[in-house]
Design a protein around this ligand. Structure first.
Ligand code: AGP
Length: 607
């Protein structure tokens, strides 16, 4: 989604800002822009295209600029045009603002400003910010005061960086429900919406909290709480760098690279945590809350998209292994639901990015309830990781493809570990799950060796317009995730269903042009799922079965993919890998932008 990068310092500001914007590109955006300012000189350059285009336009500049603020925009209010791209300015063109988030009361503010004689050039909510600063500046004559007053009048979510041509020594930033960090360099500061934009030389960072603004210059920094009207003193934190490789290497797309990283992903998620020889599960991230966890009687998992589906797998796992009731709720629904919550409830937020606005809002909802809030997060130091009381990192390394693959594998692995941990070793499944977790990486590798076969089958189906994914038990959430994956990267209509629900409606859709991908592991639900397949088969629906050696299908179905045997509780890790490859190859065959599907963003920072 949108990205912010700003620079103030003693070298040319353009390079760090453009490099930072490039580092944020994978999140998805549709236009970009930059303002560069130096004594008495300011330039605003925007494009409805890529950051590379901006970079080309800037290459002819002779002068050096010590201050720049840049932005990549993912359209919310107004189409992705040059006029709607950030930075936005006041009418005089001397105040520049980039903004992530949504200003919910922008219509009211706009009407107010129009009545005061202000004219607007874009359809965005953001443009009210520089205009409102201008309005207040006219009264107070002090930019910081005008900035503060503006912030107090904005409703919604925002991370903002602002610059004023008459004050080329300072960048002004603020945040509310949208991340903003300030990287510290030698005689320089870089402000950004994500630490990945700070560049590898930046080792220390200030995280702004809600209602904090900062006045940032090359050598100093003033942080102020504009709700409480008081200055804040805080120390910078060390950036915990995830050193894992983020370049493509020999892979054509990040999605494929990340699917192929799954064996290592599981390995990283279990190393030091699962010790089969000692029969131990050690989760350091939960140690500080271990006592509280003894008394919980209900778990609510909140998440979105793929993380939500991982949560559904977690529901089966925790209930079966630890015997604690679990509910999984879409974060966007949880926030507005009015339900009784007791202090013996734990809320677990699952998020790859740690920056998903809906999931943050869900956690905010229970902030004052005295409820323990845990996180299962991949991005180290992200908002959710910092706002939760404790948690377990996924350690999957950076995930760049918009379609989440290895993060799902890591989330399910961590959920299995949490289920084991919460069982206190009192489950008959404890030992089998601990023992089998260490075998999973090898078994995923065996599946990856079959990628050519999976590709061949996928290509056979790439022209179909509709797809059904079905499974029972642990395979039901996998079916939902498989359908989501196919939808987002191939734009094919796909639905995930519990196999037992077929007769209650979806069977009506089945005919020869509506294939079903059946998840068919060995286990006590095998025969029941086979009955569902019979019903599809007799209505001429093509079937692709993913099964193990012990769950081969005897009827004459179109295609099958055999994968290694594992215990029921860990089957999602193997089946999901096949589904990810299947979607990937179809998307490639359709010549789509696999890593950046249309309309989607990697990190969904608006509600
Ligand atoms: C996954 O393929 C999606 N792109 C999306 O559903 C994603 O899982 C969702 O937006 C949640 O993101 P998070 O895990 O970063 O919170």
């Amino acid at each position: 989604m949108c990205g912010i990068v700003g620079y103030i310092g003693n070298r040319s500001a353009i390079e760090p800002v453009i490099e930072g914007l490039k580092a944020l590109e994978y999140r998805g955006y549709d236009s970009a822009g930059i303002s560069i300012i130096d004594k008495n000189n300011a330039k605003l350059i925007k494009t409805a295209g890529r950051v590379e285009r901006l970079s080309e336009e800037l290459s002819g500049l002779k002068e050096s600029y010590g201050l720049a603020i840049g932005h990549t925009r993912w359209a919310t209010h107004g189409s992705p045009t040059k006029a709607n791209a950030h930075p936005h300015t006041n009418s005089k063109g001397n105040i520049f603002v980039v903004h992530n988030g949504i200003i919910e009361n922008y219509q009211d503010l706009k009407q107010f400003l129009i009545k005061k004689g202000y004219r607007f050039k874009s359809n965005t909510d953001t443009e009210v910010i520089p205009q409102l600063i201008d309005y207040h500046l006219g009264k107070t004559k002090i930019f910081l005061e005008a900035f503060k007053q503006t912030l107090r009048e904005l409703r919604g979510a925002y991370a903002i960086a602002a610059a004023y041509q008459d004050d080329p020594r300072n960048v002004y930033v603020a945040k509310l429900s949208s991340p903003l960090v300030i990287g510290v360099g030698k005689h320089e500061h870089i402000v950004a919406s994500d630490i990945s934009a700070l560049g590898s030389d930046t080792k220390k960072v200030f995280y702004l909290e809600d209602y904090e603004l900062a006045v940032v210059s090359s050598d100093s920094l003033r942080i102020h709480d504009y709700k409480k009207s008081m200055d804040i003193t805080k120390n910078p934190e060390n950036i915990q760098v995830d050193s894992k490789e983020t370049s493509l290497g020999d892979f054509p797309h990040y999605m494929l690279k990340e699917i192929f990283e799954s064996p290592q992903t599981v390995q990283s998620a279990i190393v030091g945590r699962i010790k089969p020889n000692e029969n131990i599960v050690k989760l350091g991230g939960l140690e500080s809350v271990a006592n509280q966890l003894q008394y919980i009687d209900r778990i609510i998992i909140v998440a979105c998209g793929t993380s939500y589906y991982a949560g559904l797998v977690g529901e089966y796992l925790i209930e079966e292994v630890a015997g604690i009731p679990v509910e999984v709720q879409l974060a966007s629904e949880f926030k507005y639901r009015k339900e009784p919550l007791s202090r013996s409830t734990v809320v677990i937020a699952i998020s790859q990015s740690g920056e998903t606005a809906d999931t943050i809002a869900a956690l905010n909802k229970v902030e004052d309830y005295g409820i323990l809030r845990l996180g299962i997060v991949n991005s180290v130091g992200s908002t959710i990781a910092r706002m939760t009381d404790a948690g377990v990192y996924c350690h999957a390394g950076p995930e760049k493809s918009v379609a989440s693959t290895k993060a799902f594998i890591a989330q399910v692995t961590v959920l299995a570990e949490i289920a084991l941990y919460l069982s206190n070793g009192n489950s008959s499944l404890y030992k089998p799950v601990v023992n089998e977790l260490v075998n999973v990486p090898t078994k995923i590798t065996e599946i990856l060796r079959q990628s050519e076969k999976i590709k061949k089958i996928a290509l056979k189906y790439s022209k179909y317009r509709d797809f059904l994914f079905i499974g029972r038990g642990y395979m039901y959430p996998c079916a939902l995730e498989g359908a989501l994956k196919l939808k987002e990267v191939s734009y094919i209509h796909a639905e995930g269903y519990a196999a037992g629900e077929m007769k209650h409606g979806p069977l009506a859709m089945i005919e020869r042009n509506f294939p079903t991908l059946a998840l068919l592991p060995n286990g006590n639900l095998f025969e029941k799922t086979i009955s569902n397949l019979e019903e599809i088969h007799s209505r001429k629906g093509p079937i692709i079965a993913i099964h193990s050696q012990k769950s081969r299908v005897q009827m004459n179905i179109e295609d099958s993919i055999e994968i290694p045997e594992t215990i029921e509780q860990l089957q999602p890790l193997l089946f999901a890998t096949v589904l990810q490859l299947f979607s990937y190859y179809i998307a490639v065959d359709k010549k789509l932008d696999v890593d950046k599907p249309r309309n989607l963003a990697k990190s969904v920072t608006v509600e």
